[in-house]
Design a protein around this ligand. Structure first.
Ligand code: LLP
Length: 419
């Protein structure tokens, strides 16, 4: 459920007509609905309240906008970060460092040091090597780093190969069979307080079964590690529950997810940690765009919009589907291809899709663009960095400026030996 609705034939974000934002800010522009964001944050939190001890860390990578993080901080979310940059954002939004989980397969020594100095609540270790390095750094700083060990449960998440992370051939975590040995060795290290296991098998999961299989494996390992006399007090179950992108698609509801977890983790006696991203932010945003022109094609017309793969990379990278709707629909549909202006064929949002009839100058949105949208944007083809707007009832504000190509150009230098 979201708060992007037609009123009087015009698509609104909450109480704000989208043509108003297009006129004031220009297009393309991401538009977020605060009410939708808050709603998703609460639905997930409330669903998990059936579990005894829960820690929620929003996956900042899905939408790191400062205003978005502020809203989630106020809803009691911690943060799951994967870089010093994300850590800085979480802290800037007022999320306590103690509620930050530092994930990622390539944390640098500098990132470990700065996160430790800030008081980072937990590091999710991706390897024995990383655990040894973190222990050494923490000990040299006079700290004890709190950590979990990420395991690779070798479970097929049944999602797109590029966003699948829990198969043995993926780079993430330590092999399941070696995890107990690594846990035992790292547990003895001064500078490290290893307190649990972590896993995350992939993103945009449409079924709960792979998650359940992975959690069952993690639970068995937890018991085996405890049987060896080591403490396991925290189990980080990752993010990954998907959202519908196409009208009519059915996805697991947070309550079903919570019921499955309650069943699998019954008797675990551990704090359960979660790192949801897409489930919280996916439906909270649309990418508002203007039709540059409609050009005739061999099979179907090409609707050329002013948004491109640099603004919304998901269709080009993962063949992802984003519903496309006219802001002021005319009540008729046409079959068309939707593309951006970038000079490569991967800059395609949809082929042979039945869409609202649109013409030059019309506004339209790509829906469900709040997660992995603006955060993955770049300036390819020397296009501007796409701006972001947040709506709250009848109020709205630019929450990230459009960065003009001239600003980016001004950061470049020609060395004097080229003059
Ligand atoms: N925790 C870890 C360790 C992760 O790697 C991720 C996502 C999450 C949590 C959050 O997963 P979520 O709840 O959002 O599924 N750019 C891709 C998605 C990449 C996901 C990367 N990791 C896309 O646009 O589909």
């Amino acid at each position: 459920m979201d708060h992007f609705e037609y009123r009087g034939g015009v698509l609104h974000a909450e109480d704000v007509p989208l043509p108003l934002i297009a006129a004031e800010v220009g297009t393309p522009v991401y538009v977020y609905s605060r009410a939708t964001l808050t709603r998703h944050a609460r639905v997930f939190r409330d669903a998990l309240s059936v579990l005894p001890r829960v820690h929620l860390a929003f996956a900042v990578k899905s939408n790191p906008n400062l205003a978005v993080l502020k809203v989630l901080a106020a809803e009691g979310y911690g943060a799951d970060v994967v870089s010093a940059g994300e850590m800085d954002r979480a802290l800037a939004a007022g999320i306590p460092a103690a509620d930050v989980v530092f994930s990622g397969v390539g944390k640098t020594a500098a990132e470990m040091r700065s996160a430790l100095a800030a008081g980072c609540g937990q590091f999710n270790l991706e390897s024995e090597e990383e655990g040894e390095e973190l222990a050494e750094i923490a000990a040299s700083m006079g700290f004890v780093a709190t950590a979990t060990l990420r395991i690779n449960p070798d479970v097929d998440a049944g999602t797109h190969a590029k966003i699948s992370t829990g198969k043995a051939e993926n780079k993430f975590g330590v092999p399941y069979d070696r995890a107990a040995g690594i846990y035992a060795r790292l547990s003895g290290r001064p500078g490290l307080n290893l307190r649990g296991l972590a896993l995350h098998i992939g993103s945009q999961l449409s079924k709960l079964d792979p998650l359940e299989a992975a959690f069952i494996k993690a639970g068995a390992l937890m018991q085996a590690i405890r049987a060896e006399g080591f403490a396991v007090t925290h189990m980080d179950l990752g993010g990954g529950v998907g959202v519908p992108y196409k009208a009519g698609e059915v996805f697991p509801q947070p309550a079903e997810y919570a019921a499955m977890i309650a069943r699998v983790t019954d008797g675990w006696d551990a704090t359960l940690m979660f790192e949801p991203g897409r489930l919280i932010t996916g439906n909270t945003g649309v990418l508002l765009t203007e039709v540059v022109r409609v050009k005739q094609g061999a099979l179907h017309p090409w609707v050329v919009v002013d948004a491109a793969m640099n603004d919304l990379a998901r269709p080009a990278m993962y063949d992802a589907w984003h519903d496309f709707s006219a802001v002021t629909p005319k009540g008729e549909t046409m079959t068309a291809n939707i593309v951006g202006p970038i000079c490569e064929s991967s800059d395609t949002f949809a082929m042979a899709r039945e869409i609202d009839v649109v013409a030059r100058g019309d506004l339209a949105v790509f829906r469900t663009a709040g997660a992995y949208g603006a955060t993955m944007a770049n300036t390819y083809n020397s296009r501007p960095m796409v701006p972001e707007v947040m709506v709250d009832g009848a109020k709205w504000a630019v929450v990230a400026d459009r960065i003009e190509p001239s600003t980016i150009l001004s950061a470049e230098r020609v060395p004097e030996w080229l003059e």
